[in-house]
Design a protein around this ligand. Sequence first.
Ligand code: BGC
Length: 251
Amino acid sequence: MAKVAIGIDIGGTGIKGSLVDVKNGELVGERLRVETPPGGRPDDIAEVVRELISVLDPKGEVDSIGICFPAVVQHGVTKSAANVSEEWINLDADKLFTQVIGKPVHLINDADAAGVAEMKFGVGKKVKGVVMMTTLGTGIGSALFVDGKLVPNTELGHIEIDGVDYESKAAFSAKEREELSWEQWATRLQTYYSKLESLFSPDLFIVGGGVSKEHEDFLPLLKLNTKIVPAKLRNSAGIIGAAMIGLKSSK
Ligand code: BGC
């Protein structure tokens, strides 16, 4: 029988959610998306998430709810805020969402959630050794796995190269903002992944985020010693990983 949990993926521009069959990692029914409220403030986001959940589960039957968020999330407390309001820094976000939603809710970093899903149901399945998942979107998220076990909150999007926080150069948002061609963007990705490779010697890089569906336009341009593959779950990985965490913490 399907075991269903709700997964919510909060991003700098949109908030996505779905019911998820956590046994096979598939979305159940429709995936919904709403705009992130301007300013990205905690109370406003919590209210939007509450509304989204009431549409996904109108009868309030689902008790497992997980949320992923684009910041360091240490034991339910958000510790950073790269692309959202600074009010998130040091906020007990588990508590805020649990209060607003009226059920236990657990938060996790968005890239960590995507990585957890990808390791269980996607291209990372059964892969041993050091796997590094990166998500290319508004920011760059990272999730590091050692023999399938997550080392949380690695924040490797903010690695400094030539004195700059490299997320500002190599995230997909930089490609859009600066209207870079695939080749121009790939040059920056080359710098970024070469750096990660030299620091971590991973066995596998997984590239997620919405743009990973266009992987043929940029991944073949990269020259690395490490195998680099697109994520399989694409844009739904965060939702699926969040739902998995929600299920775990509701047990
Ligand atoms: C944040 C990370 C997040 C990533 C992707 C970065 O700016 O610092 O916590 O995982 O963006 O959303």
